[in-house]
Design a protein around this ligand. Structure first.
Ligand code: PLP
Length: 344
């Protein structure tokens, strides 16, 4: 039985073509800047996002950590959403390794932070306060229904940042999903930010890696910090090759992933005991709630796993499904049949 794995878009396997590109990649020592495949990936990424330079890192978590450390000194403060990956799921790295204080604002359901709250959270000059340095946004927003943030919203936040001499970092782990959902070139979503990280190993379906993009001076600082964290990798072209292949060939898959998520959500929303707001489904992430009088989240996860469909419950009554390159239209039909069998 094929397992239909909807736990995350991190569960993709490289295609045969991607494996061939990895096998054929020319390599060098990237700590010495001599890996041609890493250099090609970095150039490609910087070009796509409209930034001067880029830097390959091992993961999205490392990309956010390195970026924040490159913007902030010890004792300074970042403004982040309380549902953001950086605040929620990154083991408090910015505090652990950077001595950086985080000010959490409540994410609205569309992943945004209210602009008035943002303005109010910026610290005035006073020796009692940490110094605000950075605003962090997430696009698409994982815990907020995978919602893409619009260029207008991003620009409004960037304007506030500029006015107060703050930097803006975007955790764009799924920025290509945002670009596809909004029908925009990705640089429309990145031009206003000082730094952006995106992941090769999610919607782009490469096995490992993330890329930080920014201006040349920022990337120079980020490169040193990456080294100090043990993230200077040698023949990293093995990793970069999958990412480069994905950037050249993988973006079309994301449209399919969104269509699959939509179809799955539409069918699921018709089933008894499911609460699912279709208006919130716009990328590859589908959140829904179950009526616990009919079935508990854990029971649903277990019954579906017995039928070969895997996904996570994310706390309370809520569960999450994520589509990706490893999921076909036929898999979606099978998953829908399995949901019907369990819930009807
Ligand atoms: C929005 C977001 N940012 C960052 C990350 C971290 O990526 P990684 O798992 O590569 O550290 C994730 C992972 O799921 C994510 O969803």
């Amino acid at each position: 039985m094929k397992i239909i794995d909807l736990r995350s878009d991190t569960f993709t396997q490289p295609s045969n073509e991607m494996r061939a590109a990895i096998a054929a990649a020319p390599l060098g020592d990237d700590v010495f800047d001599e890996d041609p495949t890493v250099n090609a990936l970095q150039e490609k990424a910087a070009g796509l996002l409209g930034k001067e330079k880029a830097l390959l890192v091992s993961s999205g978590t490392m990309g956010n950590l390195v970026s924040i450390l490159a913007h902030c000194e010890r004792g300074s403060e970042i403004i982040v959403g309380n549902q953001s990956h950086t605040f929620y799921y990154e083991a408090g790295g910015v505090s652990v390794y950077g001595g950086i204080h985080s000010r959490q604002l409540t994410n609205r359901e569309d992943g945004t932070l209210a602009l008035a709250e943002l303005r109010a959270a910026i610290r005035p000059h006073d020796i009692h306060f940490p110094v605000t340095r950075l605003i962090c946004l997430e696009n698409t927003h994982n815990r907020c229904f995978g919602t893409p943030l619009s260029p207008d919203y991003l620009q409004a936040v960037a304007d506030i940042a500029r006015k107060h001499r703050l930097k803006l970092h975007i955790d764009g782990a799924r920025i290509f999903n945002a670009a596809v959902a909004l029908g925009l070139p990705v640089n429309d979503l990145t031009g206003m930010a000082d730094s952006v990280t995106f992941c090769l190993s999610k919607g782009l379906a490469a096995p490992v890696g993330s890329v930080i993009c920014g201006d040349a001076d920022f990337i120079r600082r980020a490169r040193r910090i990456r080294k100090s964290l043990g993230g200077g990798m040698r023949q990293a072209g093995i990793i970069a090759a999958g990412g480069l292949y994905a950037l050249e060939n993988g973006v079309a898959q994301i449209r399919k992933d969104h269509d699959h998520a939509r179809h799955l959500a539409e069918e699921l929303s018709k089933l008894p005991g499911i609460q699912l707001n279709l208006q919130k489904v716009s990328t590859n992430i589908v959140y829904f709630d179950v009526d616990t009088k009919r079935i508990s989240p854990l029971q649903l996860v277990q019954h579906m796993a017995e039928r070969g469909v895997r996904f996570f419950d994310t706390g309370g009554t809520r569960l999450r499904l994520v589509t990706h390159a490893g999921i076909t239209a036929a898999d979606i039909s099978k998953a829908i049949e399995a949901f019907k069998a369990v819930l009807n």
